[in-house]
Design a protein around this ligand. Structure first.
Ligand code: NAP
Length: 274
């Protein structure tokens, strides 16, 4: 018991030197797995999701095992009054230097079958909340010259062929936002990472109403998060754990950059001259 207390005291002492991490969507899945990993690295945590009981259960176990301090901040990030409390925490709490924008959802069905209100909710969670929380924390991190923002996108944001148009569009937004913020905030000392998982075994698919019989092969959530953290430690801008040939991303991004000079021309391209 004494040894256990010494270990926890030592880890606690260590944790004080590490920034706290605010994790959205921390009640289960990818967010809960990140919470486990950051706690084991000695970071204090602020956990955000709607289900306070699940976060409390996770926090109780992690506090006992790691000795870090964990706050629970229940919030529905699609509600203006509830996300405001999370934004205030990010603006005001100097101990938080890492924001993990992970909360997100899918939506089953084709575009013509998806209710407009459900689409609006999806956009509010997957894009608006991500942007609002980044906006709340970025000025403080930039002024201080350190910290990190991790945004969880998806390979679906690169693949309209997969037939998840609105979900993919929200994830394309997350990728673009991350790349833009990396360019803006990187020179000020703030690291921004976009993580693009492919199908990963979590509750997301059931929550979205996906048909159990037609699920794709899934990556284990532990493998996904451990790989994403390798990218984080390398300070990679875009981390795609399922992409084995990383040169493909470099070629894709290179092709995009090769177009940039053309965007500055004032004359229409010859193929558009009537
Ligand atoms: P998950 O298991 O369904 O977990 C989603 C998390 O988000 C839960 O903690 C949930 O908690 C929270 N959440 C949902 N709606 C919320 C709301 N309105 N306000 C606050 N929190 C909310 O999903 P996951 O697979 O871990 O997904 C995490 C991220 O990874 C998402 O951005 C997702 O798009 C992305 N992703 C997942 C996959 C995959 O195959 N699983 C692939 C690519 C990308 P509460 O219900 O307690 O609020």
């Amino acid at each position: 018991m004494i040894i256990m207390n010494i270990v926890i005291f030592w880890k606690k002492g260590n944790a004080m030197t590490k920034p706290a991490v605010l994790i959205t969507g921390a009640s289960t899945g990818i967010g809960a797995t990140y919470a486990d990993r950051f706690a084991r690295r000695g970071h204090d945590l602020v956990l955000v999701a709607r289900d306070a009981a699940r976060m409390e259960a996770l926090a109780t176990g992690l506090r006992a095992q790691t000795g870090v301090s964990i706050d629970i901040l229940p919030a529905d990030l699609t509600r203006a009054d509830e996300i405001a409390a999370v934004e205030a925490r990010l603006r005001d709490d100097d101990r938080i230097s890492i924001l993990l924008n992970n909360a997100g959802a899918g939506l089953n069905g084709s575009f013509v079958d998806q209710p407009t209100d459900a689409i609006t909710q999806l956009i509010a969670l997957n894009t608006t909340s991500v942007t609002r929380l980044a906006s709340a924390v970025a000025p403080r991190l930039a002024a201080r010259g350190d910290g990190a923002i991790i945004n969880i996108g998806s390979v679906v944001g690169l693949a309209p062929e997969l037939g998840m148009s609105v979900y993919g569009a929200t994830k394309a937004f997350v990728l673009f936002l991350s790349q833009g913020l990396a360019l803006e905030l990187g020179p000020k000392g703030v690291y921004v990472q976009a993580v693009l998982p492919a199908a990963t075994r979590t509750e997301l698919w059931g929550r979205a109403g996906a048909d159990e019989a037609n699920l794709p092969p899934m990556m284990d959530v532990n493998d996904l998060v451990d790989a994403a953290l390798v990218g984080f430690d390398k300070r990679e801008g875009v981390t795609i754990p399922p992409l084995h040939d990383g040169r493909l991303w470099d070629a894709f991004d290179g092709a995009r950059k090769a177009m940039l000079p053309g965007f500055g021309t004032t004359q229409p391209a010859s193929r558009y001259v009537a």
